[in-house]
Structure formats: C-alpha cells, structure tokens
Design a protein around this ligand. Structure first.
Ligand SMILES: Nc1ncnc2c1ncn2[C@@H]1O[C@H](COP(=O)(O)OP(=O)(O)OP(=O)(O)O)[C@@H](O)[C@H]1O
Length: 430
C-alpha cells in the first residue's frame, strides 16, 4: 500500500536553523560549550575547524541524533526536540561523515531510504513521486549507472555520492552535510559543492562541515570556525579565513592569499622557520614565483625583504601574512624613485638578492636594482621568452644578468645562497 500523504507531511520551502547556547560533553570532555549559530533560509554555511573541534557533534545536534545537555536547536523556530524523528527528517536531510554500510543494499535502495519519512511503515517501494525523487537524485549525483550495484561494491567516493543522493531524495528544505567531499576526486568535490550551492540558490538551507578551507571559501556564503568548544569566528570567508583566526585554531602559521583562478581565499599552512640564519635576503620579482621564494626563504629562517611589489600581487599578500618587510607600490605603474631607492638599499644590505622570474629589458627596473646587489641569484620557473621584452636590447640585458648571477631552483635556493656568500655569513643546511 502506498503511504498516504497529508497536508502535514509536506515540508515548508523555507528553513532556518538556529543553534542557541548548546553544550555537549562526553564524560569529562566538554566538546561544545554554549555554542550559538544561525543559518538563514537560502544560506550555505560552512563549518570549519581542526580535528575534534566538534563539527560532527554539532551536525548531530542539529539533525536531532542526540539532545544536547544544554541549549536548544530550532528548525524554523520549532525546537528539534519537539519535532520527533519523522518531523526532523522531513525538514533536514543528512549526509553523514561515516557512510559505511554492512548490508548489501543496492545504491538505489540506499537512495530510496531518503523517502522513508514520507512513506507508511509497510510501503517498501513507494509511489510515483518517490520513484521520481529517487531517479532525479541519482541523476543529479551522476549515480544512475550504478543504481543496481550493491552499496558494498562501490568505491568510497561513489558511496559518498549515493548518500548525497539519499539526502536529495529526502527533499527537505535543509541539508546537513558532514564532510561531503572527503572521499571525492577533485572533479566530484566541485560537482557536489556546486550542486549544494545550486540547491541553496533555489531556496534550500545548507550547513556543511568541510575540512578543505579553500573549497569552503569558494562555495559557502558564510563560514563558522569552531575550535576549543566554541565558535571562534563567523562571517564571510574573507573575514573568517585570516591567520589571526586560523593560527590559534589550527596551531599552525598560515598564509591566506586570493586563489589565482577563483579569487576566493586560499589557505596554506606554513611550518615555522626551522632555524634563525641571521642573514637578510632581498627578493625581486612578483607573482606566484616570488610568493614561493619568499615563503621558502622565510621558512629557512632568513630575514626576508621584498619589493617593489604592486598592491594586490600574490607575493605582497604572502609577505604581509608572514610579516616580511615589503615595499608596496600602486599597481600598473612604475615604482617611484623613493620605492626604488628603498629597494636599492635592501639589495645593498642583503647577503644576497633573489630575482624571481624577473622581467628583464631596457625599461625594466630589475637590472638597475640587481646592480646594487653583490650577489644576485636568478630563479626561473618559466622560459625568459614567455615573460620578457623581445628584441636585441632585451636579449643583451638578459645575457648580462645571466653572466653575473648564480642560477638556482626554488628547492636549491638555500645552498645557492650559501655558495654565493661566505659560509660564515649564511650557514647552509646540515
Ligand atoms: N560518542 C563519543 N564518545 C566520546 N567522545 C566522543 C564521542 N563522539 C565524539 N567524541 C569526541 O568529541 C570530540 C569532537 O568530536 P567530533 O567528531 O564532533 O569532532 P569533529 O570536529 O567532527 O572532528 P573531525 O574533523 O576529526 O571529523 C572529539 O574529541 C571526539 O573524540
């Protein structure tokens, strides 16, 4: 018999999630302490934070798996505790972190489980609406070809997509996803998050625990950083993903720069310098290569200076994140005399000057600045023809620079600096 639908069965198209002062402990361990958070209808909130911060615990409190010791979770204003399991599962669908299944249900069976909140107890197959919802969910997660496969015989990533499909088939106004992209390849990571973002654009509300901070920044409207039992920061990704917030939460130094393709924040964890080399190295050049050179030298323990660097440049962002002294100049204009003189001064005082993929030509300032350095070191990751001025003058300038500079790869920079300077001034790695 097909389960009878009543008006009360229908879900609202809107859903707000409000977490009010919830506290959860496991024995002596206080995992969440008076945590408050709200997700507006039609919003995608990313939960980020270190291992063990309580993201799964918070997700479980939202979908009513357990009741917190203190505080209330409300779905559209109604406490979860008052909705009952069926009421909750008509409002919130969950993609769990652990998708292991011991019974050999087919993928389609698993997806059909998403329709359980709408069916009668004895209705095992569902009606036309259930079948359509299952078909659509399989299509949207690209799982149609695997629908008859036992769930125990698909890959971890395919299983994860089957659980995303189950949540879609549940057709709820809110989604709670715990690490929905953890086992997925880069293509499916992006597709699943695009799908969630699309659903949110269509009016659903979503909250997802996501370890990959770059993906979280790219797809979520807001992020909440959970650590030490509480929300440490909440807001748009640019506000939350700063070294000031991330370093204490993750216990590591980070550099946050705009992603070269998406423009959204990209976070790189950076190990603290291994030793203090007590020697200054100046970096000339800009863009991604200069950013990598600055980071490598900073991690190796040099006192790094850099510039001139145009505002908005990736190398300037990295320098600022690491506290590296950098000469900033306005973008798309030649550095003025004051900036050039400051850079010359750095080149003169530095133990070595590293030229990172320099643009060399009669009009470029790099030769002028390199003149001030007794020990120029050339780092090139792209052929000069791709980045330099053309013409015989430029080629002559380039040959001149090559004849005076030591050449090194980014990985070989530290020994090259040791070679270019006296061993006493700059000790190489042991
Ligand atoms: N049932 C439980 N009994 C005892 N301790 C638990 C239980 N569930 C979780 N914990 C502990 O609570 C803390 C928070 O766990 P939770 O799974 O919520 O963290 P998380 O932020 O999701 O971590 P991860 O990023 O590693 O998935 C951890 O220290 C964990 O060991």
């Amino acid at each position: 018999m097909t389960g009878q639908r009543t008006h009360a069965d229908r879900t609202d198209t809107e859903a707000t999630i409000a977490v009010e002062d919830i506290s959860v402990s496991f024995g002596d361990l206080d995992v969440l302490e008076d945590v408050s958070l709200s997700v507006a209808s039609g919003e995608f909130l990313g939960l980020v934070g270190p291992n063990g911060a309580g993201k799964t615990t918070l997700a479980r409190a939202i979908n009513g798996v357990f009741e917190p010791a203190g505080g209330t979770v409300r779905l559209d204003g109604t406490p979860v505790a008052d909705l009952g399991p069926r009421g909750v599962s008509r409002r919130v669908a969950t993609v769990p972190q652990d998708t292991s299944v011991s019974f050999a249900f087919t993928v389609e069976d698993v997806v059909r489980m998403g329709r359980t909140p709408y069916r009668g107890r004895t209705d095992l197959t569902g009606d036309e609406a259930d079948r359509k919802a299952v078909d659509r969910a399989l299509e949207r997660t690209e799982m149609v070809a695997l629908r008859d496969r036992p769930i125990t015989a698909v890959s971890g990533g395919e299983r994860q997509r089957a659980f995303v499909a189950r949540a879609l088939a549940q057709d709820t106004p809110a989604l709670v996803l715990d690490e929905p992209t953890a086992s997925l390849d880069i293509n499916h990571q992006v597709r699943v998050l695009e799908l969630v973002a699309d659903l949110v654009a269509g009016g659903k509300t979503a909250i997802a625990a996501i370890h990959d901070l770059d993906l979280a920044a790219r797809y979520c409207d807001r992020l909440a950083l959970l650590a030490d039992g509480d929300v440490q920061a909440v807001g748009d990704p640019e506000t939350v993903l700063t070294d000031e917030h991330l370093q204490p939460a993750f216990d590591t130094r980070t550099a946050v720069t705009p992603d070269a393709v998406t423009g959204t924040p990209s976070v790189t964890a950076i190990a603290e310098p291994r030793r203090d080399r007590d020697a200054q190295v100046h970096v000339l050049g800009n863009g991604a290569t200069a950013a990598r050179v600055i980071t490598t030298l900073w991690q190796a323990g040099f006192e790094v200076t850099a510039g001139p660097l145009p505002s908005g440049d990736a190398a300037l962002s990295v320098a600022e994140e690491l506290g590296v002294e950098a000469i900033a100049v306005p973008p798309l204009s030649s550095p003025d005399e004051a900036a050039l003189e400051a850079a010359r001064e750095h080149c003169r005082s530095a133990a070595a000057t590293v030229l990172a993929d320099p643009v060399v030509g009669p009009d470029s300032t790099v030769l002028d600045l390199a003149e001030s350095s007794a020990r120029p070191i050339l780092v090139e990751t792209r052929p000069p023809t791709e980045r330099n001025h053309a013409g015989p003058d430029a080629r002559a300038c380039y040959r001149d620079l090559e004849s005076r500079a030591l050449t090194a790869s980014i990985h070989g920079l530290v020994p090259a600096i040791a070679e270019a300077t006296s061993p006493q001034a700059v000790p190489a790695d042991d």
